[in-house]
Design a protein around this ligand. Structure first.
Ligand code: CTP
Length: 389
């Protein structure tokens, strides 16, 4: 590692390096470790630079290892400086201990370290909580970072197969954070990032259930929260949004389908899709898919699709994201999809047989061409519909 070279060390003791956070947790759980984060105790920023580490931009001293590219953070401590939220300061320095660094972390299972000999340092009993399947805060300072609300819900989803749940005292802090209004400081893009990670787990509904149980969902996605049973416990898997997510997991559906699958329940006349898309900073294609899916859903509720005009009005909707819309239909309304999708295919083929190019060759152009196209397609659809009923 080269970091404990005494020649360039400006502090008396050589720095000590620990693997921390998710990597320790995941290894103990027997999961593959993707990212490794390190903490360095007993070093100064100058020590790190002298050893060839590259300082990274940001609020805290974090460095990139010249060979592995992994991140090494100087140990830091958080000290309470006043009352209320954000009433604390962050200090780094060679005197900050590993325990102090671990104490500022969110959950006990994330507050373990491993030294270079493979010993686990675990001042908050994270290992026991891993075995008990408990998501438990490290200190009451947990409430000061609203991102932690999203993280705990995400871990509840990710570790649901192991039966993980929120510890009682931590649930109390979650309610406290909700009551404090701190969630209003969350950026929509951050909410989306954590939600996306949760959506790609095998139990994505747990993310929303955990947020609902403490009242956070009501603040983040009021429409979704209102449509759910008051008590959001494990047994409430019958709620429509959870069923959609469960079908999405079964179908191994891509992220945009999972996003739209759940967000369709988070909009209403007072909370339009455009507003939600903007807040979450959805990419253009996903926000278009949400809009188009809501459009399709509304049309399916209001039209019977027994006449050619209904189909002629509907088909253009499938032009760009037809496949995704069909998948959303299967995920959201499987029974209706079983009846509707074969008819859609039939309508598409019937309309598709009348080609604009042929009309052009016959001398049609401009507006008249458009009208003739629609007239002939209507004819084709009408006869196709007659043949199927
Ligand atoms: N951490 C925290 N509070 C946050 C973000 C991070 O206490 N709001 C701490 C946790 O100790 C966490 C570590 O920083 O384990 C690293 O954070 P990160 O890499 O974002 O998450 P991981 O816990 O490693 O989880 P993941 O598997 O999702 O990367």
């Amino acid at each position: 590692m080269g970091i404990d070279n005494p020649q360039s060390s400006q502090s008396a003791e050589p720095p000590r390096i620990y693997l921390v956070g998710g990597a320790v947790r995941d290894r103990l759980l027997g999961l593959p470790v993707v990212d490794r984060d390190w903490v360095v105790v007993g070093a100064t920023q100058e020590d790190m630079v002298a050893r060839g580490f590259e300082p990274l931009p940001g609020d805290f001293p974090v460095f990139r290892h010249p060979e592995t590219g992994e991140e090494y953070a100087l140990a830091r401590r958080e000290t309470k400086t006043g009352s209320g939220y954000h009433g604390f300061s962050v200090e780094t320095g060679p005197d900050v201990t590993l325990e102090e660094d671990l104490a500022r972390r969110d959950l006990t299972i994330n507050a373990m370290a491993e030294d270079e000999q493979g010993n686990i340092i675990d001042p908050f009993n994270g290992r026991e909580d891993l075995e008990l399947g408990l998501l438990r805060h490290v200190t009451p300072a947990w409430v000061e970072d609203p991102v932690r609300m999203l993280r705990i819900a995400r871990f509840a989803a990710r570790f649901a197969p192991w039966g993980f749940r929120v510890a009682h005292g931590t649930h109390g802090l979650m309610k406290k954070m909700v009551a404090s209004g701190e969630l209003a400081h969350l950026q929509g893009a951050r909410v989306r990032q954590e939600m996306e990670k949760a959506l790609m787990t095998d139990r994505p509904w747990r993310f929303f259930q955990v947020l609902h149980a403490c009242g956070a969902l009501e603040q983040l996605f009021p429409v979704l929260a209102r449509g759910l049973p008051q008590e959001a416990h494990d047994g409430d898997d019958q709620a429509a949004p959870w069923q959609v997510l469960s079908r999405a997991v079964e179908a191994d559906a891509a992220l945009p389908l999972r996003l739209v699958g759940i967000l369709q329940y988070a909009v209403d006349a007072n909370h339009p899709a455009e507003q939600l898309s903007a807040w979450l900073a959805l990419d253009r294609s996903t926000s278009a898919l949400l809009r188009e899916w809501l459009d399709l859903r509304a049309r399916l509720e209001s039209a019977s699709f027994r006449n050619a005009d209904d189909w002629l009005d509907l088909l253009p909707l499938f032009r760009q994201r037809g496949e995704a819309l069909e998948q959303l239909l299967s995920l959201s309304m499987p029974e209706l999809a079983a009846d509707f999708l074969p008819r859609l295919e039939m309508a598409r083929q019937a309309a598709g047989r009348v080609r604009g190019e042929e009309l052009r060759q016959q001398g049609w152009e401009g507006r008249a061409l458009g009208e003739e196209l629609r007239r002939r397609r209507k004819e084709a659809l009408t006869s196709a519909l007659e043949n199927t009923t």
